[in-house]
Ligand binder design. Structure first.
Ligand code: ATP
Ligand code: MG
Length: 167
């Protein structure tokens, strides 16, 4: 696994374009608000791809037809912030921490129907930890559906300049 100092915009956009078809098949609109470019983070790009894929895959899976999934990427002074919001079934407050555990599923019967193993979010959690980031889930706006928020640390300017000099 190669850690690269990278702008994540192309990776995020490619992954979303890949998932458009899956969303369309379920009559869910998948759109995104992403800047032209962002400051770099230290990242393993295929792992970041996995994070976006697993979160959006869930958003599509747990949102009924006619719903919406919106992804955004933003930069604040210290973090790169990725959000995946859906208008789906939501996650009751008492389950919000546990969904990141391996094999944990909120509604066992319904999840079995939906397919999968209950590992997607535990993998996401692990990757985010390895990148020095944070992840949590909250209610989407108006309390309909959920919003997953991933924060990845931006590289402090001095450190970024140093790594550029080394290469
Ligand atoms: P897998 O990802 O392995 O195919 P999975 O989707 O069930 O299976 P996770 O991605 O780890 O497993 O998610 C764990 C559980 O969290 C899900 O079973 C579901 O109950 C809940 N969950 C995850 N994402 C959402 C979401 N966007 N909306 C509602 N519930 C969700
Ligand atoms: Mg999943």
């Amino acid at each position: 696994d190669t850690v690269a100092m990278a702008d994540l915009v192309p990776t995020v956009v490619n992954t979303l374009e890949m998932l458009k078809k899956k969303a369309l098949e379920k009559e869910i609109s998948l759109d995104y608000t992403v800047p032209e470019e962002t400051a770099p983070v230290f990242a393993v790009l295929h792992q970041i791809k996995q994070v976006v894929f697993n979160l959006v895959d869930n958003a599509i899976k747990y949102t009924p037809a006619g719903g919406q999934v919106h992804v955004s990427l933003k930069q604040d002074p210290n973090w790169l912030v990725l959000t995946v919001a859906d208008t789906g079934i939501g996650i009751p407050a008492e389950h919000r921490e546990k969904v990141f555990e391996r094999f944990y599923r909120v509604d066992k019967a319904r999840s079995r129907e939906a397919g999968g193993t209950g590992l997607g979010l535990s993998i996401v959690y692990e990757i985010v930890q390895r990148h020095g980031g944070q992840i949590f889930v909250e209610d989407n706006d108006d309390g309909i559906g959920s919003r997953f928020v991933v924060k990845l640390p931006l590289i402090p300017e001095a450190e970024a300049a140093q790594s550029v000099n080394k290469n």
